[in-house]
Design a protein around this ligand. Structure first.
Ligand SMILES: [Zn+2]
Length: 60
């Protein structure tokens, strides 16, 4: 697992997320721990680093 900081697209709070590096491409929806709005995460991993990360409001 690696740690990755992202900013919530709703409340703009910077938050820490633990990512499973063994899965190279991930897409999931999770509620913000601060404002509880659903965030759509899309990420691509390679060589134990995050090469692409996006946290978007759902439906956009
Ligand atoms: Zn939030």
């Amino acid at each position: 697992m690696i740690e990755h900081y992202f900013t919530c697209p709703y409340c703009w709070e910077e938050q820490l997320k633990l990512l499973d590096i063994s899965v190279t491409q991930q897409s999931f929806i999770e509620d913000c721990e601060v404002c509880c709005n659903p965030i759509e995460f899309d990420m691509i991993m390679s060589d134990n680093t995050v090469t692409s990360f996006s946290a978007q409001p759902i439906g956009q």
